[in-house]
Ligand binder design. Structure first.
Ligand code: ADP
Ligand code: MG
Length: 357
């Protein structure tokens, strides 16, 4: 449905998007997750054809952005970070205006506007001036304009930002209802926002894609650590020695003396079940486990870890540059001359399109 290959966007000396590639399948809801400044909006602006990439290509519904730009754009409904609303129009006037721009046939306009107003639950506000709407309703009007014309792909940039908890739930329900008929990509800097609505998550940090998977697989496959807390009866040094001899354990830390035992915290890879090894080793040494609790990483831990790793890699590269390393080597030379030529044509077409919109 959407194919993004080798996308980069460089502003001056700053790399906002750094060689991102992914594919999006029909009918799924994808979450674009990353801290502020990660490059989510820039990537979305490129996918929707509002910003041209420095390198890379975007294909939407078989159409290449920058070549069949108008057709590609027609397949996408977009709610940008700042919804393109006209405050002095009523909701109905605005949606009529959008329907005209999107080329909805005159005979179908009324029905289509009715459909999106029902879908986003804004019928009661049809005659209200947009400037008099609450933030939540404005956001719904923004989503209504995005789904007007029934585009195959709906892209929503931080659709719930600034909404109150009740409105967030309503907008989430609305987004979920788009699934199946539409392919949806939404962005957020909040993990719970993504895990509540999306099938797949694309984690982006410092302009780079650091993970692209289902939330389920992220939890299952990510090599994160599992912490195990133990309370063991016996001599502290002896317990420590036994625990340190267990191969699957990465770290062994004494915490405190508690009641009749010593509390230790040990860790291993999340995919490993170390309970058997621990209990056999301790019982062989005639040490009694009083308590054992396991704590696997949550999706939040994994997300934070991914972002931390990306930050560290980024900091290391910046340091290398500062120390005079070869720029091409550091950035895997993704700016070939051919691509630069392509970019300049993209720029022209994209600019022309932006004016039409
Ligand atoms: P996000 O949406 O994930 O918060 P953005 O895509 O808005 O991130 O921004 C990514 C990076 O690119 C940021 O460091 C931002 O300051 C920079 N950036 C975005 N747009 C521009 C622009 N037009 N000119 C220069 N830098 C920009
Ligand atoms: Mg943004």
């Amino acid at each position: 449905m959407i194919k993004v290959s080798g996308l980069s966007k460089i502003y001056g000396e700053h790399i906002a998007v750094d060689d991102i590639s992914f594919e999006v399948k029909e009918g799924h809801i994808y979450g674009f997750l990353g801290p502020n400044g990660a490059g989510k909006s820039t990537t979305m602006n490129i996918i929707t054809g509002y910003v041209s990439p420095t390198t890379g290509t975007v294909e939407v519904n078989g159409y290449v952005m920058g070549k069949d730009t108008l057709k590609a754009k027609k397949s996408i409904g977009y709610l940008p970070e700042i919804p393109p609303l006209y405050p002095d129009m009523t909701v109905k006037e605005y949606l009529t205006f959008v329907a005209k721009i999107k080329g909805v046939a005159k005979a179908d306009r009324e029905e289509e506007i009715e459909r999106v107003m029902v879908a986003t639950d804004i019928k009661d506000m049809a005659k209200r001036l947009i400037k008099h709407l609450s933030k939540g309703y404005k956001q719904r009007v923004g989503i209504a304009q995005a789904i007007l014309g029934n585009p195959k792909v709906v892209i929503l940039d931080e659709p719930t930002v600034g909404l109150d908890p009740e409105q967030i739930i309503e907008v989430r329900t609305l987004i979920k209802s788009l699934k199946g008929d539409h392919t949806v990509i939404l962005s957020s800097h909040i993990l719970s926002e993504i895990s509540a609505t999306c099938d797949d998550v694309l984690v982006i940090a410092n302009g780079r894609m650091v993970a692209c998977d289902t939330t389920e697989n992220l939890l299952k496959n990510h090599k994160s650590v599992k912490n195990i807390r133990l309370n063991v009866k016996g001599d502290q040094d002896k317990i420590e020695e036994v625990l340190k001899s267990i191969e699957v354990l990465d770290e062994v830390k004494f915490i405190e003396n508690k009641g009749e035992g010593c509390v230790f915290e040990v860790s291993c890879e999340a995919s490993v079940d170390a309970r058997e090894d621990i209990s056999f080793a301790l019982s062989d040494a005639r040490l009694l486990i009083l308590e054992l609790t396991e704590e696997t990483s949550s999706l939040e831990d994994i997300y934070l870890e991914l972002v931390k790793e990306a930050d560290e890699a980024y900091a290391a590269e910046m340091k290398a540059i500062a120390e005079g390393a070869d720029l091409d080597e550091v950035f895997d030379d993704n700016e070939s001359e051919d691509e630069e030529k392509e970019e300049s044509t993209d720029e022209k077409e994209s600019d022309a399109d932006s004016k039409e919109d």
